[in-house]
Structures are given as structure tokens and as C-alpha cells.
Design a protein around this ligand. Structure first.
Ligand code: KG4
Ligand code: ZN
Length: 353
């Protein structure tokens, strides 16, 4: 079934994305339209506004994905679309679009779980990555440690009890006056390179909890208090800060990043121990989701994995942040197992979804 051709549509949060992927893993096209400018202007995602932004570009993004793949809807085998988790209003834009095309061209639909897609996309590049494997999924909205035993069979080893790590990166970036036209994570990663990661003593979250759960709300508060005590004025953008001020901001960024990632390291260490008890044949830890595009995160987790004689698999950055390829690929994996819905009626009213 290498000749399957699946269109993937992703609109769960602030990116409108579409891609066409072949059953053999070949990426025929990939298009992402980001709402970063909107986010910078308003300082966060407002569901109604995000829905509007998806509506404005969805037709164009899908058309571009088909054009770049030099295909039309008639060449597709199926359509995959993210059905959750995410903002309901936003998800609906993608689902309506998918059902409309599927109805018109008599194509089966595969509903995709956003986090499953973040994990499974690792199998697109790494053909040796077989079940069972472990995955650490780190993004703006989620922190998950799972043991993937088989397609659709996932054991949750840990999750966040409050905020996800990406949220902590984004708030830290905002409070440090970093340029938010790009997302906060990359801005912190870059600034942290100039700073001393040991200069500020933030405490590692959940030390007393001997489990695999995460918490980033307390670290966020520690960072906010540190920023206040150093009198950093976030209304002065970092580009206009004097060298001493810049240095202080870099120290905070580096110290924050060190502890934020240390928390991941500790939880992964324990999760590997747990997972090996359940599935002794586990050989891989997949790290995916937006924060997995961070080089420091990758390097630190690589150490953990090597200490435990496992292998780290990180998709390339463009497949770590939200994208249509991961949705199309997860569609392909499910389609092969016969997990899909029949085409919707061609005249289905739009407001049914
Ligand atoms: O997976 P994703 O694109 O969307 C969600 O499903 O949430 O993840 C977005 C998150 C944001 O919080 C962003 O700041 C973070 O991933 N991120 C990074 C980096 N690139 C993106 N965090 C740290 N370092 C990066 N290089
Ligand atoms: Zn995501």
C-alpha cells in the first residue's frame, strides 16, 4: 500500500496546516500558515479570533498543498484530519473542510488524535522504529510520557498536572521582552546561549513526587518573581536593552531552560525504568512536539537515553511543531489497519459538524 496518497489537515491550535504524504513516507507537499503575528499583537490565542484566521486561509492552504504535490483531489486515497485535542472552534474548521472534500470526491476520512500524530510522525523518517516504543511529547498545550505498545494502544506514564513546558517557554519569553512575532521557545533557546545557566537557582519541580508527572506552573512563578526582583522592564524590547540588562535577561533564560529541561530528564529517567518493566523490548524514546525542536532539549535527553542504552528519535524541527504531515502519516497508519470512516454524503450540510 505504498501507493496510498493521503491529504492531512491540521487546525487544532494556531497553525493552519496541510500536507500530502505517500504510503511509503514520501512527503509530496507541506504547507503551514502561522498566526504568529496575531499572537504577538494580542499576546495569546483567543479562540474566536483563531477560528476566523483559520477560516481565512484554510481553502488556500489545502489548495497549495495539492498544487505543490502536483495532484488534484481525484488522486487522493483518503483525507486525514485532526479531531482533537484542541480548540473546538478551530478543530471544526479543519473537519468541515475535510468532510467537504471527502463528500465531493467520495473519499474515506480518518479522524486523527493530535498527540498520537506528534508521536507517530517519528516512524515516517525512522523505518526501524517499531512498536513498542516510548514517547515524550512536549508542546504548548501538552506534556505527555507514553508507552506505545501498538498502533492505538498507548499507556500514559505521565502528564502535566498544570502547565506544559511550551507554555512556560512562551511566558518566560513574554516577560523577558523577547520578540513574539516568532514563538517564545526559539527566542529563549537563542538568548539562553549567551547566559549563565547556573546564575539563578530555580528549584526543580515535583522532586518529592516519585512519579512521571510534570508541573510547570511553579517554575513559571519562580521565573516571574526573579524577573520582578531584577527590575526587568518587559516593555523595553530586548533589542533596545543595554548590555547589562541583556546579560541579566540571558541569565534568566538560561537558568530557566536548564531547570525546565532537568525536569524532563528526571521524569524520562524514571519513565524508562517503568516502561522496561512493562515492555522489556523497548529500544527507543521518541521526543516530539514543538519543544522537541530545541537543540538543548535534544542534547540533554540524548544523554538520558544513552545512559539507559536506548536510542533517541527526534523528528526534524519542521515535523516537531504542528504540521499536516504528521496528520497525513497517522492517517496512513490507521488506514492500513482499516481504521477509517466511509465518505460523508456529498450534500452534507456544513453545520452538521
Ligand atoms: O506542537 P506545537 O507546535 O503546538 C502545540 O501543539 O502546542 O508546540 C508549540 C510550542 C510553543 O510553546 C513553542 O514556544 C514551543 O513549542 N517551541 C519551542 C521551540 N520551538 C517551538 N520551545 C523551545 N524551544 C524551541 N526551539
Ligand atoms: Zn502540537
Amino acid at each position: 500500500q505504498d501507493d496510498l496518497v493521503v491529504l492531512g489537515i491540521e487546525t487544532s491550535c494556531d497553525d493552519t496546516a496541510a500536507a500530502v504524504v505517500r504510503g511509503n513516507g514520501e512527503i509530496l507537499s507541506q504547507v503551514v500558515s502561522s498566526q504568529a503575528d496575531l499572537l504577538a499583537q494580542y499576546g495569546g490565542v483567543a479562540p474566536k479570533m483563531a477560528e476566523e484566521a483559520h477560516l481565512q486561509v484554510i481553502d488556500q492552504v489545502v489548495q497549495e498543498a495539492l498544487d505543490k504535490a502536483k495532484l488534484t483531489e481525484r488522486n487522493l486515497s483518503a483525507i486525514a484530519v485532526t479531531i482533537g485535542p484542541g480548540l473546538g472552534l478551530c478543530l471544526r474548521v479543519g473537519v468541515r473542510k475535510a468532510r467537504k472534500i471527502a463528500g465531493s470526491f467520495n473519499l474515506p476520512i480518518i479522524g486523527v488524535h493530535h498527540m498520537e500524530a506528534h508521536a507517530l510522525v517519528a516512524r515516517l523518517n525512522e523505518r526501524e522504529l517499531q512498536f513498542p516504543f516510548m514517547a515524550l511529547l512536549i508542546s504548548g498545550g501538552h506534556n505527555l510520557l507514553i508507552l506505545a505498545r501498538d498502533l492505538g494502544q498507548y499507556i500514559q506514564l505521565g502528564t502535566t498536572i498544570d502547565d506544559a513546558i511550551g507554555e512556560a517557554y512562551d511566558k518566560t519569553a513574554k516577560w523577558l521582552g523577547l520578540d513574539l512575532r516568532r514563538s517564545g521557545g526559539p527566542a529563549i533557546e537563542e538568548l539562553a546561549r549567551e547566559g549563565d545557566a547556573k546564575s539563578i537557582k530555580f528549584s526543580t519541580p515535583m522532586k518529592q513526587h516519585k512519579d512521571c508527572n510534570f508541573s510547570y506552573a511553579g517554575l513559571k512563578t519562580q521565573v516571574r518573581l526573579a524577573i520582578e526582583s531584577k527590575n526587568i522592564n518587559a516593555t523595553i524590547p530586548i533589542s533596545s536593552a543595554n548590555s547589562e540588562d541583556r546579560r541579566t535577561r540571558a541569565d534568566i533564560a538560561a537558568s530557566f531552560q536548564r531547570v525546565a529541561v532537568l525536569h524532563l530528564e528526571e521524569r524520562c529517567e524514571r519513565a524508562i525504568e517503568w516502561a522496561l518493566k512493562i515492555e522489556p523490548s523497548v529500544k527507543y524514546l521518541v521526543v516530539s512536539g514543538g519543544v522537541a525542536s530545541n537543540q538543548y532539549v535534544r542534547a540533554r535527553l540524548d544523554q538520558v537515553v544513552q545512559r539507559n542504552s536506548l536510542r533517541l528519535v527526534c523528528p526534524p524541527p519542521s515535523l516537531c511543531t504542528d504540521n499536516g504531515v504528521m496528520v497525513a502519516w497517522t492517517g496512513i497508519e490507521n488506514f492500513r489497519m482499516g481504521r477509517f470512516d466511509p465518505p460523508p454524503p456529498a450534500d452534507e450540510p456544513e453545520d452538521i459538524v
